[in-house]
Design a protein around this ligand. Sequence first.
Ligand SMILES: [Fe+2]
Length: 288
Amino acid sequence: MMPAMRRAAFLSAVVLGAMSVSLHAPELTLPLKPNSVRFAVIGDMGTGDKPQYELAGKLVEYRQSFVFEFVLTVGDNIYDGSAPIDFENKFERPYKPLLDAGVKFYATLGNHDKPNESFYKPFNMGGQQYYTFKKGNVQFFALDSSYMRPKELSWLETELKRSTADWKIAYFHHPLYSSGAFHGSATELRGILEPLFVTYGVQVVFAGHEHSYERVKPQQGITYFVEGASGQLRKGDLRERSALTAVGYDQDLSFMLIEIADDAFHFQTVSRTGQTVDSGVILRSAIE
Ligand SMILES: [Fe+2]
């Protein structure tokens, strides 16, 4: 090879190398404010199959840029079985780097989960089917939407009433609003929960069950997210031209990253290939 050609080949290799680095650097829309509350949301993930592992790998990759402290799961955590090997293959192995880094998971149960998952230590449910916890100025209400009994409802009302947190976030498996063709909205559950959310100032709700991603247009001031595609995927499931949808994505798996800094709730939804499929901010001042 002529020296000039060799140099050109070397230069193009350098350029390509630089390009591939920038292509693989996680694209972050979140502001990374000091002392913010940072977490991820995943749902319908526990298949133990390759796509779950690939998305988990992407989540781990994003944590290098966005150091979140915990993960909410909106259910269907472990499909098809609850033997130790199921917990190992469908949870401990795919999320090992996060667990090793001390990231805490706060689970809720889906229709495919066994009630005994609430005793599984890494799910941090303390043996409860529903529970609440605080992080900074945010209070979370983890619900069991498969068995919404009067006892749970009165517990929820008591906890919401006495909460002094700036942000109140509820999460559970069945979506009150969804444009998914397979299940759609859980309207009966909506009739029970929505009045409590509106009365006591819940601003954001996460659910799963429908195996796609959707951000629903605010309903009575509340933003509803559906993230049920962190392992399972139902391609093309979102009904087109649904009046409910603000943004939807049903072409690949995804997870959500959230950063709450004072009165601003920032969100970013990322696909298995690292594409940002949705992002934005919800301001408390615009709601209350
Ligand atoms: Fe489900």
